[in-house]
Design a protein around this ligand. Structure first.
Ligand SMILES: Cc1cc2nc3c(=O)[nH]c(=O)nc-3n(C[C@H](O)[C@H](O)[C@H](O)COP(=O)(O)O)c2cc1C
Length: 206
């Protein structure tokens, strides 16, 4: 195992090579999220979005608790109105431009799904493991969107932590795990710095 990771070198990625779907390995080597605010049509249609959600649910999940759920945001105007109400509750003196900037995330990208962390009562499975499964489901959402030829992006932003927004979307035990946007990048994607393997991978007993 040791020699395997030492000899494997990530493929240098140029813009045109990002999200290369020619093989599973090339995809994983070049996977890159998109910026939600820069996503344009085409995005997934209703059937493709449902397929993305189905695929995302094939996620490691100790105890089969499925401690996550997804909310498809079809009515963007209604969601923007919720964000505006929430934003004004926290920023009562906000100027129109600030409100517009604060609520813009309701309107990004052709498709929007909110992932909710929804822990289940369990004597056996700690909440930590349920949180890990939720993160894995989020990663899978991105993979599923990319596999369909779209780009995905995961952000939390202020709205994930806002009490007004959470009171509408979540029950008392739940939390917003993030907003997932799907579409087509309007600009070529750029690679971002990746961690150095020598700092992140160690060898027990080596
Ligand atoms: C849980 C979570 C929350 C995030 N929230 C934000 C956010 O609010 N704003 C932001 O610009 N990026 C946020 N990001 C980072 C974006 O997803 C970012 O574009 C990511 O680093 C892209 O990396 P990738 O190409 O490796 O997927 C978040 C990432 C995660 C995992």
């Amino acid at each position: 195992m040791y020699s395997l990771w030492q000899s494997w070198k990530p493929r240098p990625t140029s813009r045109s090579m990002l999200n290369d779907l020619s093989s599973p390995l090339s995809y994983l080597e070049t996977r890159r999220s998109g910026r939600p605010r820069d996503m344009v049509a085409p995005g997934p249609d209703a059937a493709q979005l449902d397929a993305i959600l189905q695929l995302a649910m094939r996620t490691p999940d100790h105890g089969k608790l499925a401690p996550w759920r997804f909310v498809k945001v079809g009515d963007r105007a209604a969601f923007a109105a919720l964000l505006e109400k929430a934003f004004l509750a926290s920023n009562p003196d906000a100027r129109p431009a600030q409100i517009e900037a604060g609520t813009a995330l309701a309107l990004y990208a052709p498709a929007l799904v909110i992932m909710i962390y929804s822990p289940k009562e369990s004597r056996k499975i700690p909440e930590w493991e349920q949180q890990l499964s939720t993160g894995a489901a989020g990663m899978n959402l991105l993979h599923a969107a990319h596999a369909q030829g779209f780009v995905g992006g995961w952000i939390t932003g202020w709205a994930s932590y806002d009490a007004t927004v959470s009171s509408v979307l979540c029950d008392e035990r739940e939390r917003i795990a993030g907003f997932f946007y799907f579409g087509t990048p309007s600009f070529p994607l750029d690679e971002r710095p990746r961690p150095d393997a020598t700092e992140k991978i160690s060898d027990f007993g080596g």
